[in-house]
Design a protein around this ligand. Sequence first.
Ligand SMILES: [Zn+2]
Length: 122
Amino acid sequence: MQEWFVDVAEHIADGDPIYLACEECGQVALPPRTVCPDCAGRSLEQRPLSETATVTAETTIFSSTPRYAEETPYTIVIATFEEGVRLTGQLRGAETVERGEEVRLGVESDGDHWLITFTPSD
Ligand SMILES: [Zn+2]
């Protein structure tokens, strides 16, 4: 599991989600980077991220790796935050979700792995 992902997941678990933004041009970055993808600046600042986002895409997975066999089928959501970054997570608390719906960011851990989750917020 990648280090940045663990860092981002731990911030979500603490109720303090974050993303990075370039101090020079304002470009947002998540996954975090050390160099701005837009202007190659190196002044990336950690900023607080909203706890809710809007569903951009969703897809239901009917076959998966053995690790997820018990919870298949499950739904993957790509959600866009007002800050401009996107995260992919597993849908919780509903069978399906519509594009444009608001979802709440969450995270689960089994001790070894982190999983980003989205739950419909109303
Ligand atoms: Zn920049």
